[in-house]
Design a binder for this molecule. Structure first.
Ligand code: NAP
Length: 265
């Protein structure tokens, strides 16, 4: 039996175990997906221990996404983002990947969103950073708006061609924009949006990284404005799909994983 896992703290309510185990069952793969909660400062030890114990693949979540960089060879995207959420143990050294970035891009693409033109990313934390790199790599011109303007400008300095702003610039930035992503925690367990509803329009595709609730205020406002809307569970799904495919070398049973994930939300 293969063992896959997740390290983070806390991981108690993670949706990854049911999502991955549904895929193993569907494809008749003899594997389990388990969660581990190392203490702060023990990320590298945890990765080494997992490798020693023959763990086949590891996901990484908050607060260890940066800390595990010491214990893996990151691929180009993960190195540029400076964070790893998926570790593969099949090579001589553990390799680190960032499937959050790929998950956001794939969530948009699977909803027939054309990835060219300009994108506005709201938020400059971990999710904002990964998503900004993912969209810039697709060739979009990325503008980053954040409550703390200094962080938006710092992130924009790292992302090719990006510019950084405060939230007060959102109205101007969204005029003529093609893609909007909420990468703040605003809307999580609350009926609030980080974007004024009158800035939304029907040429926009709106992805909300927040997945609890699935239908956020931003997505409701977006739908009312005629925008294409993509909820955060799609991003979560596709980061898991990318990890599964990287680890197993097989096409993921996307429908099955999606049903398992949404059944938990
Ligand atoms: P983080 O690193 O803590 O960043 C939080 C971001 O939210 C920062 O930009 C912060 O702005 C902003 N923010 C927080 N409270 C705010 C408020 N009241 N008004 C305006 N901005 C506010 O968190 P993260 O890891 O990036 O996660 C952000 C969200 O993305 C969370 O809801 C998380 O669940 C979600 N997420 C989803 C997925 C997925 O697969 N769907 C993956 C990763 C994360 P400041 O810089 O000004 O503090």
């Amino acid at each position: 039996m293969d063992v896959y896992g997740l390290i983070g703290n806390p991981v108690e309510h993670s949706l990854s175990p049911p999502m991955h185990e549904a895929a193993y069952e569907e494809l008749d793969i003899d594997a389990r997906y388990v969660t581990f909660e190392p203490a702060e400062g023990e990320a590298s030890d945890a990765v080494e221990a997992a490798e020693t114990l023959g763990v086949a693949g590891l996901n990484v979540t908050i607060p260890f996404k940066q800390a595990v960089l010491d214990a893996v060879d990151p691929d180009d995207l993960a190195a540029r983002i400076g964070a790893v959420n998926t570790i593969d143990f099949t090579g001589d050294r553990p390799t680190g990947h960032n499937t959050d970035a790929i998950g956001a891009v794939r969530a948009l693409r699977e909803h027939d969103v054309t990835l060219d033109g300009s994108a506005v990313v709201v938020g400059a934390g971990g999710a904002g950073r990964a998503i900004s790199f993912g969209l810039a790599d697709e060739g979009l011109n990325v503008s980053i708006a954040n409550r703390t303007v200094r962080k938006a400008k710092a992130l924009a300095g790292d992302v090719p061609g990006a510019d950084g702003h405060g939230l007060d610039a959102l109205g101007d930035l969204l005029t003529g924009a093609d893609v909007l992503v909420n990468a703040t925690s605003v809307g999580m367990d609350e009926d609030r949006s980080p974007v004024p509803s009158d800035a939304l329009h029907d040429d926009l595709a709106v992805l909300d990284a927040v997945y609890s609730p699935i239908e956020t205020r931003l997505l409701r406002d977006g739908a009312a404005a005629g925008a294409t809307t993509v909820d955060g569970a799609w991003m979560l799904l596709y980061q898991g799909v990318e990890a599964f495919e990287r680890w197993t070398g097989r096409d993921a049973p996307v429908e099955t994983m999606n049903e398992a994930l949404r059944g938990e939300l």
